[in-house]
Each structure stands twice: as C-alpha cells, then as structure tokens.
Design a protein around this ligand. Structure first.
Ligand SMILES: Cc1cc2nc3c(=O)[nH]c(=O)nc-3n(C[C@H](O)[C@H](O)[C@H](O)COP(=O)(O)O)c2cc1C
Length: 449
C-alpha cells in the first residue's frame, strides 16, 4: 500500500522553515501513513533493546491516552533477531509479546542475511505475530559493525537491498508494511543514508527512519539534523516523496520535535532516550505536533504512581524477579531528571537506616510540583545520559556496574553484573525504599499543610 500523507513537493514550493520536506506534515495537519496505518500524530517510540517491551509500551500508551484522550503514534517493540525468531528461541518469542489492545503491533527485526530475513518475515505473516515490521540497520556496537553488520550494513548496498527486498517479498499480499531504520553512515567519510533511503524505498519499504549520527559517533555529540533534511530532499528528488522520512536523534521535549520537523521537513519523529523515565512524553509530543495544548507534566505525586504502574506491568511481563531487576534501571532514569537526584539517593540511603526520618525529604517538593523536564536539545542537560548498558548487551542494569564493565569487558557476565547474593527480597526492599521516599515526599505537603 502506498503512503498518501506526503504529497509530492518540489523544492521551490518549500518554505524556508521546512526547506526540504512536507510542509503540511511539518505543520502537524496531515496524518502520516505507513502502509495501511494512519498515524494521527507523527510520533514513533524508537525501538530500544531492553526497554521497549510490552510493559514500557503499555505504560507509554496509557499515559498518552490519559493525557490526550487518544493513542496516536506508533510504539515499536524492542528488536528481535531474525534467526532467533525463526529458531523459536524462548526469550525471543517472549519478546514478541504484545498487549491485547495494541494496534498496530510493531516489531523490529535485526538481521544481516536475506534468507533469515525472509523466513522471519514469513513467520510473522503466517503466525500473525505483528502488523508492522521495522528493520534495524542502526546498531553501532563495534563488535557488530566490524563484521559488517548493524549500521555498517548499508555500506554493502546490494546486500542491504536484498535484505529489505526479502522482507518485502515475504509480506507481499498482506497489509504488513516494512520500514527501515538506519544511521547516517559508518563515519564522516562513509555516509550511506542517502543511498539507504533510496534503495529501501526502491525495494518496497513504506517509510525510512534516520538516526542522524554515524556509527562512529554512537550516541555522542549532537545528532546532525541537517542530514535528515538531506535525506528528505534526496527521497523527494528520487521520486519517493510519498515515502515518509522519520527523523531521529536528540528529541527530549515537545519543542525539540517541533524544531526537528520545522528544520528538516521530515514527516515524523522517532523518540528514544527522551522517554526514558518519562513515559508521558508521547502525550506532550503528539499534542504539540497536532497543534493542541501540550498537557502539563505530571506532578511529583503522579510520577510515584506511574513508577508503581511500571513495576506492576514489568512484573506481569517478566515475573517478579526479572521485573524488579529491570525496574531498577527505569527508577534511575525516572530520578535522573530530578534536580535533587543526588540528594534523593542520599535520602533513600537515610530512609533505609531510619525509615521514620523526614528531615532529608522535607527539603524536596510538593505533590503538585511538576516533574521537571531534564533536558531539551538546546537546553542544559541535567544528568540524563545514555545508559551504558546499551553498549554492552550482556551488562547488568545499573549505570555504575556497566561503567566498570566497560573497562573490563571480560568480567562482564550476567551472573557477575547482578550479584547472585541479591535476593528478590533485597531488590524489593530497595524498591520499597524508593517508593517510600516518593510517597513520603508526596505526603509531606498534605500533612504539613
Ligand atoms: C537503550 C537503547 C537501546 C536501543 N536499542 C535499539 C534497537 O534495538 N534498535 C534500534 O533500531 N535502535 C536502538 N536504539 C537506538 C534508538 O532507537 C535511537 O535511534 C537512538 O537512541 C537515538 O534517538 P534518541 O536521540 O531519541 O535517543 C537503542 C537506543 C538505546 C538508548
């Protein structure tokens, strides 16, 4: 099915604020179409390994619905490896879990080979595992790119085209659109995004998403949004104006999304790190891009409730032990944006020693205080950073441990990074301390007037 949201646009028609793209989409007036799916707001949750499982997606969707009354964007599952899917690896199959009301069910495949791609996509079709297939060509991990995989793969144009073609062929005759996500290239000397976009569209992809960094940059520095503008322009010039170009990189706030669309003319935005610890961000993004009033950020008290809901969903999906362990990294993201983050941690330690003490928490906030936005692209970063574990899939779930793990990768094993002596009870006790602190701070203004 062809996309209809991005009418053919010639360069001369484009306004200066959106030099290369679709002005109506940038203005938020037209829905983006990806195959049969019409997104009433052009916002996509970026696939993030270890993050965008069914629990996180459900939470984000619930937040969007609660704050705007609708679920309008696309929420992509964490990536699964094509071969592991075909071989029915137990963990991989579990990762393909979707909520009963999730629509569309969006699955990301990681693959380096047309054969496994075809078989995985065929399996998705035949077993009705998903409604949308995204393909990941953005992984920057040197271990992967050195072998020509991940974000290095589009450099091999023919192989890249064959892989996309294999997925499209397997989904032929169905309503399942295939989309492709890639980076600018391997490094500054080897840009591949323009060819990748054009080849993907030629082979039948229904949308392309660009993370505007090279593999060499990984997540450092600023995403170069001008490359998104170049890709959009190249797609238009190559006759693919109807294929949505989604921009990705450094969207931390609604204003960033608006700025990216205005600056690049892209058709939609893909949001990754900005929503870590802020699952309500999609409500703000979709309202902004639909031209509606942006909902107020949640209050301190509401965030405590959101964390509890997150815990509940994770435990439902992962079971108690893994769910609790997983939640720890999210809690650290939730707390990261908070100006008194360090103090909260101290207060947590204090509350562990003396749970009735309120001295340290009195300095904090009230239940009605809005939870601050930690960072915008142009604004000051307040401690929100890439979780180091993403560089090392085997690493544990805390920042401190994975930093150590980076220095000594050999010592990085699952068993080593999560102390085996830490019982579920101990993990729950830690979480209880966090909740205790949050709830405590929440109650203070009520009791103190
Ligand atoms: C923890 C983490 C895991 C990620 N996993 C994936 C993945 O599985 N597939 C993928 O295409 N990109 C993955 N990415 C990249 C993001 O989808 C996104 O492209 C990147 O974070 C840049 O967007 P941002 O600046 O909004 O974070 C991951 C990023 C992070 C931080």
């Amino acid at each position: 099915m062809m996309c209809v949201s991005s009418p053919q646009t010639t360069l001369s028609e484009k306004p200066t604020s959106a030099p290369t793209g679709n002005p109506s989409a940038a203005a938020g007036n037209e829905p983006v179409r990806i195959g049969p799916f019409e997104l009433s707001s052009p916002v996509v949750l970026a696939p993030m390994a270890g993050v965008t499982n069914v629990a996180f997606r459900t939470l984000c969707r619930e937040q969007e619905r609660a704050r705007t009354g609708t679920v309008s964007g696309l929420y992509v599952c964490e990536m699964v490896t094509a071969r592991a899917l075909v071989e029915r690896n137990e963990k991989t199959m579990h990762m393909t879990t979707f909520a009963p009301d999730e629509d569309p069910r969006s699955l990301q495949l990681y693959t380096t080979d047309p054969k496994w791609t075809y078989e995985a996509a065929k399996m998705i079709v035949e077993e009705n595992l998903a409604d949308h297939i995204d393909m990941n060509f953005g992984c920057p991990v040197p271990k992967v790119t050195r072998k020509g995989g991940g974000s290095a793969l589009p450099y091999k144009r023919r192989l890249f085209g064959n892989i996309v073609a294999a997925a499209v062929k397997a989904t032929e005759g169905t309503d399942i659109p295939v989309t492709v996500k890639f980076r600018v290239g391997i490094d500054d000397e080897h840009h591949t995004h323009l060819d990748a976009g054009r080849i993907a569209a030629t082979e039948g992809a229904k949308a392309v998403a660009l993370h505007a960094r090279t593999a060499a940059q990984r997540y450092s520095g600023e995403a170069d949004w001008s490359q998104i503008a170049r890709l959009k322009e190249h797609m238009v010039d190559s006759g693919f104006a109807n294929i949505p170009v989604l921009g990705n990189g450094d969207i931390f706030a609604a204003t960033d999304a608006r700025a990216m669309m205005d600056a690049t003319g892209c058709d939609g935005v893909v949001v990754g790190r900005g929503c870590l610890g802020r699952p309500w961000l999609f409500a703000e993004l979709s309202a902004e891009l639909r031209g509606e009033e942006v909902p107020a950020p949640p209050t301190f008290g509401e965030v405590a409730g959101i964390i509890r809901r997150h815990a509940e969903l994770l435990v439902q999906h992962e079971g108690e032990r893994k769910g609790c362990r997983d939640l720890r990294k999210h809690i650290s993201w939730y707390l990261r944006g908070y100006p008194a983050g360090g103090e909260i941690r101290k207060a947590l330690a204090a509350s562990a020693r003396s749970p009735n003490s309120t001295r340290s928490s009195r300095r904090f906030t009230t239940a009605r205080t809005p939870w601050p936005c930690p960072r915008t692209r142009t604004g000051r970063a307040v401690g929100r950073a890439l979780p180091r574990r993403s560089c090392c899939p085997r690493a544990g779930s805390t920042i401190r441990r994975t930093r150590r793990c980076r220095r000594a990768p050999r010592s990085c094993t699952r068993a080593g990074s999560i102390p085996t002596t830490e019982t579920v009870e101990a993990q729950r006790a830690k979480l209880t301390q966090t909740f205790y602190y949050l709830t405590h701070a929440y109650r203070l203004p009520r009791t103190n007037g």
